[in-house]
Design a protein around this ligand. Structure first.
Ligand code: UD1
Length: 420
């Protein structure tokens, strides 16, 4: 078993470069199934969820070759299997993208019901509603879902909830659908735009991605090759912005798209931190204890739920009492119990938590309860007095490439230790 051991009390300073976006990569990898030739993807994060996606695609017939540390080619000339491996697909959430992609490619797919972080109920009713609107039939039983169709026909899809996954899945399934598809009340996250840009680079006709009304004019075929670079990961960038604030440090974050971080930048300025934006870099620094605030997570361009635990660490040490309202997930405050072990004073109930700011956190053994909770605990360990051990690293490694190396390069005393 591995653990991260952090000797805290560090002020983080220096430069860090942001990896490609996890949530784009794990959507664009299955999206390559729509291309009957070879796609070259650059800026691919080398993380567990990407490696899982690759393993699943290989079992469907894809030939994947890493041609650089963050570049791969994927040859989908021969896709022969429409039954995705249940043990792998049930390990992470994004396996649901195989449904939209394989409906377009083979008109049929069977996958395990998607797993992923335990953040509360994670239904896929809106995905199924979109597939059915396009003319597919879905059957769920014994932990798996089978979706098939004779023909995909363009339709008007209204999403009852704003869903990143359902919007991308509807896009994937409608590229070849006969006629025009509209997706109304669509999610607007940067990775939706990234998936649409990737598909359009292949010859799809998708308009309006990044707004709440997306229009897809069905095409008959796509090009046989494309080279595409995945956008930078705004959640990794936000994690380092908040690490700079929590540690009263000074970090230059390179290779990011600052406007994707606007809601976080506003919050940091509001609580007394400093942010300077220049082209594709964000400079964040803070000298004093920050002030209390209220945070409400919302779909993009609102404050991202995936940065909620990380700002929770900052607010646990703010001057005064802060409140976080989580509006996306039912169960995203599990990390607060771990932070309380480190001396925080947080009361979480349902989808709200009250943070009574304390002066200091203290090192303790803690468990990463999910991916972003794990990142939050790394920040907490770096600023806490004493030694913190973080267990359950499988969550953190799903979404952060070389997390300990990147923090160590900013001055953190952090190492990965294999426990016997
Ligand atoms: C994606 C991200 C995840 C992020 C989330 C919200 C990936 C792989 N994961 O998850 O990191 O936290 O967006 O930004 O990109 N819902 C339904 N029915 C559905 C689908 C969703 O009711 O069919 C609800 C969910 O329960 C949730 C809300 O809609 O309350 C948003 O979920 P959604 O945007 O779909 O999240 P994911 O795509 O799973």
């Amino acid at each position: 078993m591995e653990k991260l051991v952090i000797t805290g009390g560090t002020t983080l300073t220096g430069e860090v470069s942001i990896m490609g976006a996890k949530n784009s990569a794990i959507a664009i990898l299955p999206a390559t199934l729509l291309c009957k030739g070879i796609c070259t993807l650059n800026n691919v994060p080398n993380i567990i969820d990407v490696n899982l996606s690759c393993q699943i695609l290989e079992q469907l017939g894809s030939k994947i070759t890493w041609v650089g540390p963050n570049s791969l080619t994927i040859d989908n000339t021969n896709i022969y299997n429409t039954h995705a491996p249940l043990d792998l697909t049930s390990k992470f959430r994004a396996s649901y993208y195989l449904i939209g992609a394989m409906l377009s490619r083979c008109k049929e797919i069977e996958v395990g019901l998607p797993g992923g972080c335990n953040l509360g109920a994670r239904p896929i009713d809106q995905h199924i509603k979109a597939f059915e609107a396009l003319g597919a039939t879905a059957n769920c039983s014994q932990g798996k879902i089978n979706v098939s169709t004779n023909k995909l026909i363009g339709s008007n899809i209204y999403m009852d909830v704003v869903s990143v996954g359902a919007t991308i899945n509807a896009l994937l399934a409608s590229v070849f659908a006969e006629g025009t598809t509209t997706i109304d009340n669509a999610a607007k996250e940067p990775h939706i735009v990234d998936v649409a840009n990737f598909l359009n680079a292949l010859g799809a006709d998708i308009r309006g991605a990044g707004t709440d009304l997306i229009k897809v004019n069905g095409v008959q075929e796509l090009r046989n090759s494309v080279t595409y670079s995945i956008v930078p990961d705004q959640i990794e960038a936000g994690t380092f912005m908040l690490a700079a604030i929590a540690s009263k440090g000074d970090i230059l974050i390179k290779n990011c798209i600052p406007e994707h971080l606007d809601p976080l930048t506003s919050k940091i300025l509001e609580i007394g931190g400093n942010v300077e934006i220049c082209a594709d870099t964000i400079h964040v620094w803070c000298k004093n204890r920050v002030n209390k605030t209220v945070v409400k997570t919302l779909p993009y361009p609102g404050f991202p739920t995936d940065l909620q635990p990380q700002i929770g660490v900052v607010l646990s040490m703010a001057n005064g009492t802060s409140i976080i309202n989580e509006s996306i997930w039912d169960s995203r405050f599990q990390y607060t119990a771990e932070l309380n072990k480190m001396g925080a004073n947080i009361t979480a109930q349902g989808k709200s938590a009250i943070f009574e700011g304390v002066e200091k956190l203290y090192g303790a053994p803690v468990f990463a309860t999910d991916l972003r909770a794990g990142a939050a605990l790394v920040i907490a360990g770096i600023v806490a007095e004493g030694t913190t051990e973080i267990f359950n690293l499988k969550h953190i490694d799903r979404g952060y490439e070389n997390i300990e190396k990147k923090f160590a390069s900013l001055g953190a005393k952090i190492e990965r230790v294999v426990e016997k």
